[in-house]
Design a protein. Structure first.
Length: 331
């Protein structure tokens, strides 16, 4: 982290997070920023309060962004004093960072800080689906004692990983104790890292056809939106499962529901959804679907590491050494 700079007290930081006074993580963030002599402006605006957030942001030098979205028009209205939007997390799909640079606003994130947490969560969902854990728990609580259902072992499954970035690689590392039968699709990577030479790179259709469990680990972009569609589900085995811990819109939810109803696939586990926090009632009603509320990236370890990285990124930016900057309109 950069050294303290008394000049930082001239910098106003708008914090728009759903955490506030008394929350352990927020208090830690507040403490770290005050140590660097920033002036803090705390808000907690939802999407419906976009106008209030815009007004608050216009009076600050930087904005710490949680899940708020920023389109081109909104960014244009806050240009001037505001020069930095620092995302607390990895995903920046809700921010039009391409146009932000045109308005003199730098967008940063904190890559890698939650990779292990998400990877562990993805493997947990694999085990829950294959061993029928979530359904068995619900049934037992409802008075049903059913131990006759035969489940499947992760060690006998071929795993398909879509996206060979930080999280995808860590999922594969965690799977080493279970299986070495792993397929990967990533159009930007064609070679495995050291220690993962057993990974076989292939095209998306082949991965869909041959995998028993498919786990998604890629960012949401124009190219990946609804990447997992009806054509993809039509290629999957009827005994295969889909896991999404990346971004909801990567999966066409209507196509997923259709595939589940038609038994084109055996089930799914989702930590993310197209219109969060809305979750389709039809998904909630299915026993072969495991649902979690976009929580798998949030562990104690990852959360505090993210705060440290966030504060370091902000200090680096105002020290004239920006890091973790997202692409510009000219990139």
């Amino acid at each position: 982290m950069q050294s303290k700079d008394k000049g930082m007290q001239q910098k106003r930081i708008c914090i728009n997070l759903r955490r506030g006074e008394g929350d352990q993580l927020y208090e830690y963030l507040k403490e770290q920023l005050l140590k660097q002599h920033f002036t803090l402006v705390k808000t907690n605006y939802e999407k419906i309060d976009a106008e209030k957030l815009i007004e608050a942001a216009r009076g600050c030098d930087a904005l710490i962004s949680g899940v708020d979205t920023w389109n081109s028009d909104q960014l244009k209205r806050v240009q001037g004093r505001l020069s930095l939007i620092a995302r607390m997390g990895v995903g920046v799909d809700g921010i039009d960072y391409a146009h932000a640079s045109a308005y003199g606003i730098t967008v940063t994130n904190t890559p890698g800080t939650n990779s292990q947490a998400v990877a562990e969560g993805a493997v947990a969902l694999m085990l829950s689906l294959l061993r029928n854990i979530a359904t068995a728990d619900r049934n037992l609580r409802n008075g049903q004692w059913n131990n006759r259902t035969l489940t499947r072992q992760l060690s006998n499954a071929r795993i398909g990983i879509v996206g060979y970035g930080n999280i995808g690689k860590r999922v594969i590392s965690l799977l080493q104790g279970f299986t070495h039968s792993i397929l990967v699709y990533d159009p930007f990577v064609g070679k495995a890292i050291e220690g993962q030479e057993y990974v076989r790179f292939t095209d998306l259709k082949t991965l869909a056809q041959e995998s028993d469990v498919i786990s998604l680990h890629l960012p949401l972009t124009d190219e990946t939106s609804h990447l997992i569609d009806r054509a993809f589900f039509a290629c999957m085995k009827p005994t295969a499962y889909l896991i999404n811990t990346s971004r909801g819109a990567i999966v066409d939810e209507e196509a997923l529901l259709e595939a589940l109803n038609l038994k084109q696939i055996a089930g799914a586990a989702l930590d993310v959804f197209e219109q969060e926090p809305r979750v389709p009632d039809a998904l909630k009603a299915m026993d072969n679907v495991v649902l979690t509320p976009h929580m798998l990236s949030a562990t104690y370890e990852s959360a505090f590491a993210t705060v440290d990285a966030l504060v370091d990124t902000i200090c680096s930016y105002f020290a004239g050494k920006p890091k973790n900057v997202q692409g510009s309109i000219n990139a």
